[in-house]
Design a binder for this molecule. Structure first.
Ligand SMILES: *Cc1c(COP(=O)(O)O)cnc(C)c1O
Length: 383
């Protein structure tokens, strides 16, 4: 019998050989806390309002959409201006199908063959994967034990690697820890002093953070790019809308690689409808922060290790065998994420009742002899 063909048997690009596709399991279990979604669906009134926006477009679908999504970018700039206090217009903002596509367009523009992107790990695994997909070399240096970025080591790495792109994720996925603006501006200065390169701050979880946005650093820093998404706080993951804010020259640069009409008329309309109701859509954020803090406190009480979180998820651990704990939680109907960090698991803050189900399942597992091996807690970066 011949083994079935796999992608590795095809003439794929050498850097794709042996690669595993991004794959958070999408399992049908009662409590899904593994992909950092906001668990609250839009209210019927907001859903109906979004449908009205979409309905307006359906009669015109014989035509291509606005290639440059100007109306949507204007609404996003208005939202960001209110959220961050930074003077931004549509010229500063670019949108695509999720911030992953935004990141891909940025790497197509600023990365590519012969160029290197630098990250500080553990961090969002897609940064490395999108780098590879765009032929960009990916280099990383480890974060400190408390998951903060050591500025001196990071500046050394910038000098050594001469990256074309530097990724800072804040609040960082999967650790939840935020990076001080002081660190962002020091890295920016080093990058500019070293030569070419752009600094991308991935702020997918900014709405859950008590820190100021790196968008406040944009004035006077044309090589700084702040990416955002509607997938998390906005409870809009299914619609696929991400965006960035930067100098207008960055927007112009990215327009050189984007596919024409990349953002469908339906997506643009849905996003505008959602932004018109941003207050309602974001109304669950405060409760999600309460659930997050509840998880942090409960994990500490259980004697687990836990990283203080500025996001809507918590990294918890100290487990002898995190894969076994992951399976036990799944057996109890709770899906969390094994992010590949030995001893650690990541859980998304859910509804109050989902969070309770998770915490009681976890407490039963953690109280078993031998389940937990270490209990030193991880603080956040000091301000
Ligand atoms: C979820 C996430 C994104 C991407 O989300 P999209 O749904 O593609 O907008 C980007 N960065 C980080 C750090 C994330 O966790």
């Amino acid at each position: 019998m011949t083994a079935p063909l796999t992608a590795d048997d095809l003439p794929i690009r050498p850097e794709l050989v042996g690669v595993t596709a991004y794959g958070a399991p999408q399992l049908d279990v009662p409590v899904r806390l593994n992909t950092n979604e906001n668990p609250h669906p839009p209210s019927p009134a907001v859903a109906a309002a979004i449908v009205d926006y979409i309905a307006e477009e359906v009669g015109g679908l014989q035509r291509y959409p606005d290639r440059d999504a100007v109306a949507l970018r204007t609404d996003l700039a208005d939202y960001l201006r209110v959220a961050t206090g930074v003077e931004l217009t549509e010229a500063n903002v670019w949108a695509a199908n999720g911030s992953n596509e935004v990141l891909q367009q940025l790497l197509q523009t600023f990365g590519g063959p012969g160029r290197t992107a630098l990250g500080f790990e553990p961090s969002y695994s897609m940064h490395a994967l999108i780098a590879r997909g765009t032929g960009t070399e990916f280099a990383s240096i480890p974060r400190d034990a408390d998951f903060s970025i050591d500025v001196a080591a990071a500046c050394d790495a910038i000098v050594r690697v001469e990256p074309s792109v530097v990724f800072v994720c804040s609040p960082n996925n999967p650790t939840g820890t935020a990076v001080d603006l002081e660190v962002v501006s020091r890295l920016y200065e080093q990058l500019v002093a070293t030569g070419s390169g752009v600094l991308i701050v991935d702020e997918a979880y900014a709405e859950f953070s008590k820190r100021q946005s790196s968008a406040t650093l944009l004035p006077g820093r044309p090589r700084l790019i702040v990416t955002r998404t509607m997938s998390k706080a906005f409870a809009f993951a299914g619609a696929r809308v991400g965006y960035f804010a930067a100098d207008p020259a960055v927007v112009e640069a990215v327009q050189r690689v984007r596919l024409p009409y990349h953002l469908s008329a339906i997506t643009q309309a849905a996003a505008r409808g959602a932004l018109a109701h941003s207050t309602e859509l974001l109304s669950a954020v405060d409760d999600l922060k309460v659930q997050r803090d509840r998880i942090v406190d409960a994990c500490k009480e259980m004697g687990l290790r836990v990283a203080d979180s500025d996001a809507n998820f918590v990294l918890f651990g100290g487990f002898a065998d995190q894969a076994a704990v992951w399976q036990r939680l799944l057996d109890a109907g709770v899906l969390v994420r094994d992010v590949g960090l030995p001893g650690w698991l990541r859980v998304t803050a859910g509804t109050p009742s989902e969070t309770s189900t998770f915490l009681s399942a976890l407490s039963a597992i953690a109280s078993e002899p031998g389940a937990v091996i270490a209990a030193t807690n991880v603080g956040q970066e000091s301000t």
